[in-house]
Design a protein around this ligand. Structure first.
Ligand code: NAD
Length: 338
């Protein structure tokens, strides 16, 4: 049996991984800790690490993992912005991911955020529980006929675009690599953010997309624009978003991700003083809906994540080619970075 240190483990992970791992010759050591340079020592005695979105696989953690005998990292997610691939390569650590598990789960979560915000069902829910049946202040808007702008039309973005089209919205998109023949109108980034009533982010976080929605970008948007982010928090300058919520320029925001999420998301911090004032203020607004990076959290997605992660590790230990391997050079070339 190959031993795998499974960081940031939750009960829902165990349900799906326990069903597959033993049969694949893997012994999983479930650790509730997030992986950091300080917790890396918990991996000692394992051959590989299984990590998630907020685990730190940066230049300080990776050399320690190598020192403790870690030969591979199996990311149980699609995004890999938290991994320093060059350092991993330097220390001979192979990195695998789950490029696609259930694009629908993420796209449908973006829809859930959107409909909650446009129909104010989050506020109606708390009102009726208090026996407050007033409709004052709950006037919503239709999606039908609205301009929906999709940034990034990969697996998730294309699904979200189809959902929006199904609701009767006029969908346009920006992607440096358009999907021709998809029936989606592609426009430039500046045109997209000028045109959109609803703007949904579905591109990866890279150095070139960091703060894609910047203070300047918000200035170009329509008054009352609805922002949806189910991709990565740092695609948005959160302080600029907050200022634009306060000024009324942004009509609503549905955020499944937040740029400083690593310290709080996936944890119950309800008994603690929370020092992040930007997040505190975002959470206090009635037109901001924050979920804790849960767009992936469906039965279908969890099952697919476990299947691919286990398969990646099984192939690695068998000395076979792992299609889902991330290689620094290929990733750089694909993202157009030098
Ligand atoms: P994908 O790789 O299939 O598609 C990403 C698309 O973004 C590609 O078409 C790419 O060309 C495009 N892109 C790259 N740079 C761009 C830019 N500057 N502007 C616009 N488009 C750009 O990825 P996916 O599977 O569709 O996932 C999208 C993102 O969703 C991932 O990067 C990940 O960060 C996020 N995600 C979040 C969750 C969650 O639980 N919240 C789950 C899965 C994925």
């Amino acid at each position: 049996m190959e031993k795998i240190a499974f960081f940031d483990a939750r009960s829902y992970d165990r349900t799906y991984f326990d069903a597959l791992a033993p049969g694949a010759g893997l012994e999983l050591l479930y650790l509730e800790n997030k992986l950091t340079k300080d917790t890396a020592i918990l991996a000692q005695g394992s051959s590989a690490v299984c990590a998630f979105v907020n685990d730190d696989l940066g230049p300080e953690t990776l050399p320690r993992l190598a020192e403790y005998g870690i030969r591979a990292i199996a990311l149980r997610c699609a995004g890999y912005n938290n991994v320093d691939l060059k350092t991993a390569e330097k220390y001979g650590i192979r990195v695998f991911r789950v490029p696609a598990y259930s694009p629908a789960s993420v796209a449908e979560h973006a829809l859930a955020l959107l409909l909650t915000l446009t129909r104010q069902t989050h506020r109606a829910f708390t009102r009726t529980r208090e026996r407050n049946f007033s409709l004052e202040g709950l006037v919503g808007t239709n999606i039908e006929g609205k301009n929906v702008g999709v940034i990034g039309t990969g697996k998730v973005g294309i699904r979200f675009a189809a959902i929006a089209q199904g609701l009767g919205a006029k969908v346009c998109a920006y992607d440096p690599k358009p999907v021709w023949g998809s029936g989606i109108e592609y426009v430039g980034f500046d045109e997209l953010i000028r045109r959109a009533d609803i703007l949904s982010l579905h591109c990866p976080l890279t150095p070139s997309t960091y703060h894609l929605l910047s203070r300047d970008a918000f200035c170009s948007m329509k008054d009352g624009v609805i922002i949806l982010n189910t991709s990565r928090g740092a695609l948005i300058d959160s302080e600029a978003l907050l200022d634009n919520i306060k000024s009324g320029k942004v009509g609503a925001a549905g955020l499944d991700v937040y740029e400083e999420e690593a310290d709080v998301f996936y944890e119950d911090v309800s008994g603690r003083v929370m020092r992040d004032d930007t997040l505190n203020l975002l959470l206090s607004q009635p037109n901001v809906l924050v979920t804790s990076h849960q767009a992936f959290l469906t039965e279908e997605a969890l099952r697919a994540i476990a299947e691919t992660t286990v398969e990646n590790l099984q192939k690695f230990f068998a000395g076979e080619k792992v299609e889902n391997e991330l290689k620094a050079k290929e990733v750089q070339a694909a993202s157009g970075r030098s």
